[in-house]
Ligand binder design. Structure first.
Ligand code: NAD
Length: 310
C-alpha cells in the first residue's frame, strides 16, 4: 500500500508512518517543520520525506503525480499562534483544500482526517458529545479553519474517515498541558492546575486504528476517545512521577475560568461498533513514554489552540 502522509513529521503522523513502514507499506511524507521535526522519522528505504508546505499547490500535485498514493492520511495543521489567522487559513483551508482536491483528482481510495473537538464549541450542548452534535467552531481560528477543511472533505465525494479528537498525547506531543508541565517542572517553576478533566488518549493507540481505517474499516466521522476522563491534577501527578522528584512539587490549584469547560467527553460508541473494542493504554504509561521523549529531545515550545485570558 502507498500512503501519502501530510504532517508526517509531527506527533500523530510520524507514529502512523512508522507503523506503516513496519508492515512493509510505502510512505511519502510532506511536512514544513512548523511543529514537526525531521528526526521524528528515521531513514527507511520505503520512506520519502518532502520538506515543503501543503499550501504550495504545485508541490502537492507533484507529490501525487510522482507517488500516486492509494491512501492519504492528512495530519498537517497550523495552530501554534491563536492570533495567526493567516497561517491557520493558509495551511488548514488553502493547504487542506489542495490535498483534498488532489486526492479527488488522483482517485485516492481512502482519505483520513483529524478534526478537533473544538468544532463543537467551547460550551458543548451535551456530555458526552455525540456525533450528531452541531458544529460551532466560531471560537478560535484553529477550530474555524480545521472545520473548513473537514467541510471540504465532506463535499469532495472521497471515501473518508474523520477522527474527531480531544487530547492525543505521548512521545512527540508538542501542544497542551503535558509539555507545559514537563518544561516548567524542569525549569524549577511552579505549575498551575485547574479543576478540569480531560480524556487523554495515547498516540500509538490512535495510530493502530488509523491503519485499520486506511485498510477500509469505517466511513465518515468517529470520536477517538476512551469515553472516560481524568483530572488534570492526575496528569500532573503522572508527569511528576515519571520525572522522579525526591520532593513533591506542589501545584497551584486554580478555579475554572469563565471560558473553561469542566470536561470534554466524546462519545466513542460508533468507533467501538465499527473498529471493535480495544484496550486503551493507561495514562501513567502514556505519560512515562512522553517524558522519556522530552528528556531526549526537549519540548518545542508551549503551544495551545486557545487564546488564553490573562
Ligand atoms: N494532538 C491532539 O490532541 C489533536 C487533537 C485534535 C486534532 N488534532 C489534529 O491531529 C493532527 C495532527 O496533530 P499532532 O498532534 O500530530 O500535531 P503536530 O503539530 O505534532 O503535527 C502536525 C504536523 O503538520 C506539519 N505542518 C504544519 N503546517 C504544515 C504545512 N503547511 N505543510 C506541511 N506540513 C505542515 C507540522 O510541521 C507537524 O509536523 C492535526 O491535524 C491536528 O489538528 C490533534
Amino acid at each position: 500500500m502507498k500512503t501519502l502522509i501530510t504532517g508526517g513529521l509531527g506527533q500523530i503522523g510520524s507514529h502512523i508512518a512508522e507503523m506503516m513502514l513496519e508492515r512493509g507499506d510505502q510512505v511519502l511524507v510532506i511536512d514544513n517543520l512548523a511543529t514537526g521535526r525531521r528526526e521524528h522519522l528515521a531513514e527507511h528505504q520505503n520512506l520519502k520525506v518532502v520538506i515543503g508546505s501543503i499550501a504550495d499547490n504545485d508541490l502537492v500535485k507533484n507529490c501525487f503525480d510522482d507517488f500516486n498514493p492509494d491512501a492519504v492520511v492528512h495530519t498537517a495543521a497550523s495552530y501554534k499562534d491563536p492570533n495567526d489567522w493567516y497561517n491557520d487559513s493558509l495551511t488548514n483551508c488553502v493547504g487542506g483544500s489542495n490535498v483534498v482536491q488532489a486526492a479527488t483528482e488522483y482517485k485516492v481510495k481512502r482519505f483520513i482526517y483529524f478534526q478537533t473537538s473544538l468544532c463543537y464549541g467551547l460550551k458543548p450542548l451535551e456530555q458526552p458529545i455525540t456525533l450528531n452534535h452541531p458544529k460551532f467552531p466560531a471560537s478560535t481560528s484553529y477550530a474555524i479553519t480545521k472545520t473548513a477543511n473537514e467541510d471540504f472533505l465532506e463535499i469532495s465525494g472521497l471515501d473518508f474517515v474523520t477522527f474527531r479528537l480531544a487530547n492525543v498525547v505521548g512521545p512527540r506531543n508538542v501542544a497542551g498541558p503535558l509539555p507545559i508541565f514537563y518544561q516548567r517542572l524542569k525549569d524549577g517553576k511552579q505549575c498551575f492546575v485547574t479543576k478540569s478533566r480531560r480524556d487523554f488518549v495515547f498516540v500509538k493507540d490512535l495510530a493502530h486504528i488509523v491503519l485499520k481505517a486506511c485498510d477500509g474499516v469505517g466511513h465518515g466521522a468517529y470520536h477517538f476517545s476512551s469515553g472516560s476522563d481524568v483530572a488534570i491534577e492526575e496528569l500532573y501527578n503522572a508527569v511528576v512521577k515519571a520525572m522522579s522528584f525526591s520532593e513533591y512539587p506542589k501545584p497551584e490549584i486554580k478555579e475554572l475560568g469563565a471560558d473553561d469547560v469542566v470536561s470534554i467527553l466524546l462519545d466513542p460508541s460508533k468507533t467501538f461498533e465499527d473498529f471493535g473494542e480495544f484496550k486503551f493504554t493507561p495514562i501513567e504509561e502514556t505519560v512515562a513514554q512522553a517524558i522519556k521523549y522530552f528528556e531526549e529531545y526537549g519540548t518545542l515550545g508551549e503551544y495551545t489552540h486557545l487564546k488564553l485570558k490573562e
